[in-house]
Design a protein. Structure first.
Length: 329
């Protein structure tokens, strides 16, 4: 792994020490179950969901058609795998974020609903199936993401590249956005993806580095910033995102935005963490929509061109509209 640029600031975190400590500690899900085992008398285990976070249940012909198409082509989406609250809206508009390289992740982040474990081999025909689905849906902006594949020598970079190539062959006029893992800092793996010239390269930092040990113990904050900076230096539009409600302070949010600006991010998404199940980390706070407007202002003051900040925002939510807003600047 190459040395990260010296301009990045690491705030109160030692990722190497964090990974070592996490490896010797009890499993995260066990910690959560113990924490939830003894709520205060009369207090429900779940905080009441604020009105601004409630969404309608999935329904409608277009929703069903999108779901059936993905099922028929044996394709996964992060919309389903991560229990995205916007799945009704996106599937009902005939859009989805394709999840490649399997349903199982080699990492176990505290916030994520994707199942951790040992994945199988990549499916060689998956890039063609993603391209077929994108063509049937007539997508003008195609978003592709993956589970993290630390078990593969290139982290799945070649599979990303093949998927971009297949989609572009079927939809040459469409823009393509990839939401990638960190590839364990591999410059060569990142270069493999960048060689196919995606319109946007997205890599999420997820939270402030001071929380990585508890939230994202197998990741490295500086490594993530370096991925973003290298993509920016390759003249690709760079995007990142993080959640609030994990225990961060407002000052830490400002620090995140400053670091992402220094890394060259043109787009940053900020959304509310929502607990996928009782096995996952409890929500520390539900942030009012007015605060999200303030975060957007801080991001723009830091020099980020477009900050998409709202409780239900997820990294690929309304991705086409976000790209259009960036182009309109």
């Amino acid at each position: 792994m190459n040395k990260p640029p010296s301009s990045f600031v690491l705030h109160n975190a030692n990722p190497r020490k964090a990974r070592a400590k996490a490896a010797s500690s009890q499993p995260f899900q066990e910690q959560v179950s113990q924490a939830d085992a003894s709520p205060a008398q009369g207090q429900d285990k779940r905080q009441q969901l604020p009105a601004w976070l409630r969404r309608p249940l999935p329904s409608g012909m277009i929703f069903s058609g999108t779901r059936s198409l993905l099922s028929d082509l044996k394709l996964a989406t992060v919309c389903q795998g991560a229990k995205c609250p916007n799945i009704h809206e996106c599937f009902s508009q005939g859009t989805a974020t394709f999840l490649i390289l399997g349903h199982t992740c080699t990492r176990n982040c505290a916030f994520c609903n994707i199942e951790p474990g040992s994945p199988g081999s990549p499916e060689l025909d998956e890039p063609a199936r993603v391209a077929q689905a994108a063509a049937v849906l007539k997508l003008e902006h195609v978003v592709i993401t993956s589970v993290t594949r630390d078990d593969l020598p290139d982290g799945g970079a070649a599979h990303f590249a093949a998927t971009i190539k297949s989609v572009r062959a079927r939809l040459p006029q469409s823009s393509i956005e990839v939401l990638i893992p960190d590839f364990q800092g591999s410059t060569a793996a990142l270069g493999t993806v960048l060689s196919e010239k995606p319109t946007i390269l997205n890599h999420n930092v997820e939270t402030h580095p001071a929380l990585y040990l508890r939230i994202r113990p197998q990741a490295d904050y500086l490594q993530s910033l370096t991925v973003l900076r290298r993509a920016h230096d390759a003249k690709v539009a760079v995007k990142s995102g993080f959640m609030v409600g994990l225990g961060e302070s407002d000052e830490q949010i400002k620090e995140l935005l400053a670091d992402l600006a220094r890394a060259g991010c043109a787009i940053v998404t900020i959304g509310q963490y929502m607990r996928p199940s009782l096995r996952h980390l409890p929500v520390a706070r539900y942030v009012h929509p007015d605060s999200f407007m303030e975060y957007a202002r801080w991001g723009k003051e830091a020099g980020i061109a477009h900050v998409f900040s709202s409780p239900l925002v997820r990294s690929s939510y309304q991705a086409k509209e976000v790209l259009n807003a960036l182009k309109a600047r």
